[in-house]
Ligand binder design. Structure first.
Ligand SMILES: NC(=O)c1ccc[n+]([C@@H]2O[C@H](COP(=O)([O-])OP(=O)(O)OC[C@H]3O[C@@H](n4cnc5c(N)ncnc54)[C@H](O)[C@@H]3O)[C@@H](O)[C@H]2O)c1
Length: 323
C-alpha cells in the first residue's frame, strides 16, 4: 500500500512536532510543506524532508492529508480549503473561533468522505487515558480543575486576541474538551471573569453541571507563573480522590486511611507524554482503515461552543443552559 503523503501548512513549533513524528511512521511520508514565511518551511524541510511549496494550491498537489498548524484565526479558512480539495484534514486546536465559523467548518467536514481530526492531543496523553480507565470503574461525583499559563508572550501572537480569539481559545479549550471526554455532556454553567495583565479577559472561574449529575469547578489564569503543575484535575469519587499533575503524574487515593498509588510518566518522551505521537498515529489509522478518528469535527465544534458559552455567561452575568 502506498504511503499517506502528509502536507504541513504552518511549519512553526507544532508543525515541526507533527512532522518529526511522521518521519518515524512507515505508513506516512512528508510530501509537502508550506509557510507564509518560506525560510521556516525550508528549515523544516532540512530536518523532516518534503517539498517546499510556494502556495497552498501547490501543496495540495503533493499530498493526501493536510495538517493545519497555523495560528488560530486561520484554521477555518485553511481547513475548509483542504476539505474542498478532497484532502484528509488534521486541524490543530482550536477548531474555529466563534460559533458561526465553527458551524461552517463542521458542515464542511461532515460533507466530506475523508477523515477530519481535531488536535486535542491531551485525550491520548497516558495520564488522561489512565484517568479515564479509572473513572470507568468508579463513579466520579465532582472535581476541581485548573488550567493555567505563565504568560501570553511566547509565541508573541498568543497575547493577541485578534489571532487567538481569546485566552480560553488558546489554552483553556484543551481541558474544556477533556471535561467532555472524562465526564460527559454539560447541562449548564455559571462563569466569572476579569482582566488584569493583558487587553482581554485573562482570569476565569467557572462552575459546570453535567447531564449525569456530575459537577465541577474550573479555574484558569493566563499569568499564574509556570509553577508545576500548571494543569491539574482532582476528581472526587466514593471515598476516593484521583488527581493528575500536568501530564506527568496521577495519584490515586482510596479508602478510609491515608494511602495512595502514584503513576508517573515523567520519564516518557514529551511527544508521547503529551499524546502527540498517539494522535498522529490515530490520524493515519483512521485514513488507512477508513474509520472515524478519536477526536471528530463535532468534538471540535463542542469545544468552541463551551468557550463561547463561558464568554457569554461572563458578558451577560447569566447562567448558560445547553439543550
Ligand atoms: N495541541 C497542542 O498542544 C498545541 C501546541 C502548540 C500549538 N498548537 C496550535 O497550533 C497552532 C500553531 O501554533 P505554533 O505554536 O506552532 O505557532 P508558531 O507561531 O510556532 O507557528 C505557526 C506557523 O504558521 C505560519 N503561518 C501563519 N499564517 C499562515 C498561513 N496563512 N499559511 C501558512 N502558514 C502560516 C507562521 O509563519 C508560523 O511559521 C495554533 O493554532 C496553536 O493553538 C497546539
Amino acid at each position: 500500500m502506498s504511503k499517506v503523503r502528509i502536507g504541513i501548512i504552518g511549519t512553526g513549533y507544532i508543525g515541526n512536532v507533527h512532522g518529526r513524528i511522521y518521519t518515524g511512521d512507515e505508513r506516512a511520508e512528508i510530501g509537502a510543506l508550506f509557510d507564509i514565511v518560506p525560510e521556516r518551511a525550508e528549515a523544516a524541510a532540512r530536518k523532516i524532508g518534503g517539498k517546499v511549496c510556494s502556495s497552498r494550491e501547490e501543496l495540495f498537489d503533493h499530498c493526501d492529508a493536510v495538517l493545519v498548524c497555523t495560528p488560530n484565526k486561520t484554521h477555518v479558512e485553511i481547513a475548509k480549503d483542504a476539505v474542498a480539495h478532497g484532502k484528509h484534514v488534521f486541524c490543530e486546536k482550536p477548531f474555529a473561533i466563534g460559533l458561526e465559523a465553527a458551524q461552517e467548518l463542521l458542515d464542511s467536514a461532515l460533507s466530506s468522505e475523508n477523515v477530519f481530526q481535531v488536535g486535542h492531543n491531551r485525550r491520548y496523553a497516558p495520564v488522561y487515558a489512565k484517568l479515564k480507565e479509572l473513572l470507568g470503574e468508579d463513579r466520579a461525583h465532582s472535581a476541581h480543575i485548573k488550567m493555567n499559563r505563565g504568560e501570553l508572550k511566547n509565541p508573541e501572537w498568543t497575547g493577541d486576541v485578534n489571532v487567538t480569539g481569546g485566552f480560553l481559545y488558546e489554552t483553556t479549550i484543551h481541558l474544556f474538551d477533556m471535561m467532555r471526554f472524562q465526564f460527559g455532556e454539560i447541562e449548564e454553567l455559571v462563569a466569572y471573569g476579569s482582566q488584569h495583565e493583558y487587553p482581554e479577559l485573562d482570569e476565569f472561574s467557572v462552575i459546570f453541571k453535567f447531564r449525569n449529575g456530575f459537577h465541577c469547578t474550573f479555574a484558569s489564569s493566563s499569568d499564574a507563573s509556570w509553577i508545576f503543575p500548571f494543569e491539574r484535575i482532582e476528581v472526587f469519587c466514593h471515598h476516593r480522590t484521583i488527581l493528575t499533575q500536568e501530564m506527568e503524574h496521577l495519584i490515586d487515593s482510596q479508602g478510609w486511611d491515608a494511602n495512595f498509588d502514584t503513576h508517573s510518566w515523567a520519564m516518557t518522551e514529551k511527544e508521547e507524554r503529551w499524546g502527540y505521537v498517539q494522535e498522529d498515529l490515530a490520524f493515519i489509522d483512521a485514513i488507512i482503515e477508513g474509520k472515524e478518528p478519536p477526536v471528530t469535527a463535532l468534538d471540535g465544534y463542542k469545544s468552541v461552543e463551551l468557550v463561547e458559552s463561558v464568554y457569554e455567561a461572563i458578558k451577560t452575568g447569566k447562567r448558560v443552559r445547553f439543550d
